[in-house]
Design a protein around this ligand. Structure first.
Ligand code: ZN
Ligand code: ZN
Length: 346
């Protein structure tokens, strides 16, 4: 018997091949082609991660290069240059190879020990993976909320999280622009959900993990894209008031899911260096009041009465400058705190 036939017998014993879909047949073919399940899973996971990450970033790089889209840019004065995007890509690639690749490799044996199915066909159906992915979103968002706040604490900020805050106006590629330790800490929220689920139910397939990974990358990249929906502004003309200029980004997921954080929520975190610590949803920041400054800012923009679009832009620029200046002061405060603690120890 050939090596492939032996492997097919070991990996796909008792499989009814006639009932398989096209995707399931490709899935099987990949495992047979690579010939080693650990290698096949590791390679596929890494490739999917890279293709989804950079594939999702490309549209945002193009959008940044087209002036037409500036009307939806949350901080219109700050368009990342190609040089800046390339610098960012280099660090992102470095941490993909040094942190994510080993974690991805390690994930397979750990998850399999916890009962995850990998090469197995058939693949899980929509009704199987949908509730799982929804749970992972909720878990990751909660984990991220607390871990991210911890990363704003003196030494953790100074030595780890400061790198991610290099850009006060983020862009897609900056989603994973972070210290390798931060990638590892916050990545725990992403892989923790599936591992716990696997350990508890002993019923989980790698395919669901890929759907989760893809959607989570979309969420992170879109949250950093810098494009979103502006607050509405009142315009007063000849004594009459009307609402104008809701620069409504047509692709904002927030249109359908009102508690979805979206770009505009996280963009504020980068601009103001405070508030909005969660990733996907708004509820933790609302419960703990860590969105007070953000909401006050939105309210001020909304309440402002202006006579023209130019006046509105000037007013908005002024408000943004105030928020950013406050953020710079807060950042310096965190770093000063670290220095003071160091002096006390000496
Ligand atoms: Zn932060
Ligand atoms: Zn960020």
């Amino acid at each position: 018997m050939s090596h492939n036939a032996t492997l097919a017998n070991t990996l796909f014993e008792d499989v009814d091949f006639t009932s398989l879909t096209w995707l399931e047949r490709q899935w099987m073919a990949w495992y047979l082609y690579i010939g080693n399940p650990v290698l096949a899973t590791g390679l596929m996971t890494f490739l999917i991660h890279e293709i989804v990450y950079f594939g999702r970033c490309i549209p945002w790089i193009i959008i940044d290069a087209i002036p037409y889209f500036r009307r939806w840019k949350l901080q219109p004065a700050k368009i990342p240059s190609l040089h800046e995007q390339w610098q960012c890509t280099k660090l992102v690639l470095f941490s993909h190879f040094t942190v994510e690749l080993p974690v991805i490799w390690f994930f397979h044996p750990v998850a399999e020990a916890l009962g995850m199915r990998t090469h197995h066909v058939p693949l899980p159906s929509f009704s199987e993976w949908l509730p799982q992915v929804a749970m992972f979103f909720v878990f990751e968002d909660m984990f991220h909320y607390f871990a991210h706040q911890a990363l704003h604490y003196g030494p953790l900020y100074k030595y780890i999280h400061k790198i991610h805050h290099k850009y006060s106006a983020p862009f897609g590629l900056a989603a994973e622009y972070a210290h390798p330790a931060e990638v590892a800490i916050l990545g725990t929220g992403t892989i923790g959900g599936p591992l716990i689920y696997c350990a508890v139910t002993r019923d989980f397939h790698l395919f669901s993990m890929y759907i989760w990974m893809t959607l989570r990358l979309f969420q992170a990249i879109d949250a950093h894209s810098g494009y979103g929906t502006y607050p509405a502004v009142l315009i007063v003309r000849q004594g009459r008031t009307k609402l104008i200029d809701i620069a409504d980004f047509p692709w904002s997921l927030q249109h359908w899911v009102p508690f979805w954080s979206g770009a505009e929520h996280h963009d504020f975190h980068h601009m103001a260096f405070t508030n909005n610590f969660s990733t996907s949803f708004r509820w933790w920041d609302r419960i703990f009041g860590t969105d007070d400054k953000y909401r006050a800012y939105r309210a001020r923009v909304k309440a402002a009465k202006v006579a023209s679009k130019t006046e509105r832009d000037t007013m908005e620029r002024k408000l943004m400058a105030e928020v950013e200046a406050e953020g710079i002061r807060a950042k310096a405060e965190v770093l000063r705190g670290t220095e003071k603690r160091k002096e006390k120890v000496q």
